[in-house]
Design a protein around this ligand. Structure first.
Ligand code: ADP
Length: 463
């Protein structure tokens, strides 16, 4: 299903206008409904108060005074007799309609005889004197009060005008704000996608930048720059790797070809020469095999097809076994491996893979150790951990190189001077295996003081 994408600018505009309209509509409804109700109520209450005051005057209080008070509140006062004829004031001039409104109200009052007052309000006549009429008993006669809704109409008119103004202002401010904010938000995104397009087109020199002062935008550009650096680095590594692999594969092949030709043309008849030359071919073929094996091994490990098979493992025996594998170097080339392996330390791990780790680390130490040709291997228990340390006295690793040594890395030039043949993939294999085991590992090294490669295993207590 295709998703519809909208521009931030239009979404913002839409929601801001919606918000403004809803706010203004709420205010309109509240004002109109409540204000009108409030004023009507006020009119009726005033009339009721006047009626009560006037009725008191039946007991001797001054009617005229109360009437003038009523007038001040915008209320007109009439008296109607039993026959529904106006008897007060004398000079009243009521129209037919006005008179009939009063008579109808008196009739309604009579029908609701249990009520003290009876009032009506006629909304169509808000500006007329008879918008509100109230009838009550006055001795034997009827006291009739009337009032217009002029004030209500006026007030509502003013309120409406104000509301109309507020509506326009709110809408204009809403649109301006939406425009401003959406610009502020979408501009940095546009900038970033512009830079990303350049990058995608192959320009690696771009830097993600933003003119916006939003924290999130700054975070985003930082993250993108970080990702870009990572990708560039891995591109460089990939390129170096390919160059190094090709170089490493080519050199033995050239040697093999050269020696084969030599046997064919020169040394074929000479047994001892032929044997020496054949040996070179065999050694180079071994190197090739080792390199191809390491590449395949690493590829398999990194693609995670080859997950570690966790089993109980006697780390002490394993380490002793690996040390024994290096016995030939001790015997024939004067290397010394100091063995400080504590017995019977058990962990959970993949035996074959850990053996490869220890082998690679010990092989490196022998390769890189110093003049004294000594390597120390420690395996000791530390609370619920087992610590493996392989220490040499060589040149060590400079701080800036410490990170790099775990990457796929080739150093072909020194291969010939090293007793253990390396492919430059040893430590990446170690790293991949230990990461898959979730183990802590690292190297403590100081230039010219040798290196200490260590791995921390979880200890499984023997019963
Ligand atoms: P290599 O086949 O070159 O030894 P590794 O992956 O095993 O490949 O090691 C990568 C690099 O790390 C080595 O080329 C070397 O420069 C450095 N290195 C590894 N172990 C040591 C060590 N014990 N002392 C000094 N440098 C080391």
């Amino acid at each position: 299903m295709m998703r519809k994408y909208r521009k931030i600018r239009f979404s913002m505009l839409f929601y801001f206008i919606l918000f403004s309209v809803i706010t203004v509509a709420c205010v309109w409804i509240l004002q109109l409904v409540f204000l009108e109700g409030y004023y009507q109520n006020e009119r009726v209450e005033t009339m009721k108060k006047c009626a009560t005051a006037l009725k008191d005057s039946a007991n001797g209080v001054d009617f005229a005074k109360n009437e003038s008070l009523s007038k001040d509140s915008g209320v007109s006062v009439y008296l109607y007799d039993e026959n529904k004829q106006v008897i007060y004031p004398d000079d009243v001039a009521l129209t037919e309609t006005e008179n009939s409104i009063i008579v109808n109200t008196i009739n309604d009052f009579l029908k609701n005889s249990e009520k003290e007052h009876f009032e009506i309000s006629i909304s169509g006549l808000k500006r007329e004197r008879f918008a509100f009429v109230l009838v009550s008993r006055y001795n034997g006669d009827y006291l009739v009060l009337s009032s217009s809704g002029e004030k209500i109409v006026e007030t509502l008119g003013v309120v409406r005008l104000q509301l109309a103004l507020v509506t326009v202002i709110v809408l204009i401010i809403g649109i301006i704000l939406a425009w401003y904010l959406s610009n502020k938000l979408s501009k940095p995104i546009d900038e970033i996608s512009e830079t990303a397009k350049k990058w995608a087109d192959g320009d690696n020199s771009v830097t993600f930048n933003t003119t916006s002062n939003y924290y999130e935008m700054r975070e985003l550009t930082d993250t993108l720059n970080f990702a870009k650096d990572g990708v560039s680095k891995s591109e460089i590594l990939q390129r170096d790797l390919l160059a190094n692999v090709s170089h490493d594969l080519k050199t033995p092949l050239t040697m093999i070809k050269a020696y084969a030709e030599m046997i064919k043309d020169i040394s074929g008849e000479n047994k001892s020469k032929r044997e020496a030359h054949t040996q070179v071919i065999i050694d180079e073929a071994d190197r090739l095999t080792m390199l191809v094996n390491d590449i395949l091994n690493l590829a398999k490990l990194q693609s995670k097809v080859d997950a570690p098979e966790m089993k109980e493992l006697n780390l002490s025996e394993l380490t002793e076994r690996v040390i024994a594998r290096f016995e030939p170097y001790v015997e024939t080339q004067g290397y010394k491996i100091e063995n400080h392996v504590a017995p019977d330390l058990i962990t959970m791990a993949d035996e074959k893979k850990i053996e490869q780790v220890v082998y690679n680390l010990l092989g490196n130490s022998i390769n890189y150790t110093g003049e004294d040709k000594t390597v120390k291997v420690y395996l000791s228990a530390k609370n619920d951990k087992i610590l493996l340390e392989i220490i040499d006295s060589g040149k060590g690793i400079t701080e800036e190189n410490v990170e790099g040594i775990w990457e796929r890395y080739y150093r072909f030039s020194e291969t010939n001077t090293r007793p253990v043949k390396g492919t430059g993939l040893g430590l990446s294999i170690v790293k991949t295996i230990l990461d898959a085991h979730n183990l802590k590992y690292g190297v403590r090294s100081k230039k010219d003081f040798g290196s200490n490669f260590y791995v921390e295993f979880e200890r499984v207590k023997n019963e």
